[in-house]
Design a binder for this molecule. Structure first.
Ligand SMILES: [Zn+2]
Ligand SMILES: [Zn+2]
Length: 68
């Protein structure tokens, strides 16, 4: 009987990708969490706060490079 340790495998309801943790804060997803699929499955976030932080980050990177 080969019963490999089954990892917690979560899949996004929207895009079907395997997901492990929030792309912004890094918190691990658990079954039943509200996972927010973003950018067609490129990113997954645990909350809208994390989406806003992420968007702020990429906006700053692309616009104000002199300001830090
Ligand atoms: Zn998060
Ligand atoms: Zn997704």
């Amino acid at each position: 009987m080969a019963s490999n340790e089954k990892e917690n495998e979560l899949r996004c309801d929207s895009c079907g990708d395997e997901i492990y943790d929030c792309d912004e804060c890094g918190v691990e997803f658990e079954d039943g969490d509200d996972i927010i699929c973003f950018d067609g499955g490129e990113k997954h976030f645990c909350s809208h706060d994390c989406i806003e932080d992420y968007i702020l980050d990429i906006t700053e990177e692309t616009t104000a490079r002199s300001e830090n």
